[in-house]
Design a protein. Structure first.
Length: 73
């Protein structure tokens, strides 16, 4: 079984979502957890637990896009 852990230092929760950072476009995208075969395929992507993904934000002026089709908000 392949289980992803949260990328935040010191966090011991399981990862629930993947956050991808595009520095050139000043864009942060929060989306569903990427399958194990795709993890690391996108430069600047990090697996995070729900609490850390919910707080994910970029520097002032960055756009944050949240793509979470199976989460009711």
């Amino acid at each position: 079984m392949d289980v992803a852990m949260c990328s935040r230092p010191g966090c011991r929760r399981y990862a629930d979502r993947t956050v991808t950072v595009d520095y050139a476009a000043q864009l942060l995208v929060v989306g569903p957890l990427q399958p194990a075969s795709r993890r690391g395929a996108i430069e600047g992507s990090y697996d995070l637990c729900d609490p850390h993904a919910d707080r994910a934000s970029g520097p002032s002026g960055w756009q944050v896009v949240r793509h979470e089709p199976d989460r009711a908000r």
